[in-house]
Design a protein around this ligand. Sequence first.
Ligand code: FES
Ligand code: FES
Length: 165
Amino acid sequence: MTDITLEVNGTEKSLAVEPRRLLADVLRHEFGLSGVHIGCAHGACGCCTVHIDGVPKLSCLTFAVQCEGKAIATVESVGGPNAEHALQQAFKSEHGLQCGYCTPGFVMALIPFVEAMTSQRRMPEDDEIREAMSGNICRCTGYHGIVAAVRKAIGDQIAGGSNRS
Ligand code: FES
Ligand code: FES
């Protein structure tokens, strides 16, 4: 076992883990963060995307011990029932989800893109949006609703003069 300290959603916690233990498993089972979904477990679907030091990463391809001293953010750190991020609101209004299993991964993968476009006050082409979400698979929606949600979130944030809802 290896002792590690992780900062997860702003809170530090020390624990002992086997070196082979995946970050996705540790977040779900040791931190109770069930929004970290596991679809394929081999880097193909994007369901398990979290932010590590602000950068989207696949937690199914990351060992927990690699995250010593790093800041991890999961979908549980985004928004909340009364303060949803513009992208979360847009997923609902633009029908960007059905079963929702893939949604945390899409949200975590796309928030940096949405915020970058918002700060540039630029509406991307659909091809750019599709490229930004190309690491994530949805088995339900066919992607049109997700692309529309990204466009709406960027448009709403630009109109609102903010890069967060
Ligand atoms: S569960 Fe990590 S990419 Fe599919
Ligand atoms: S909404 Fe079901 S997999 Fe995406």
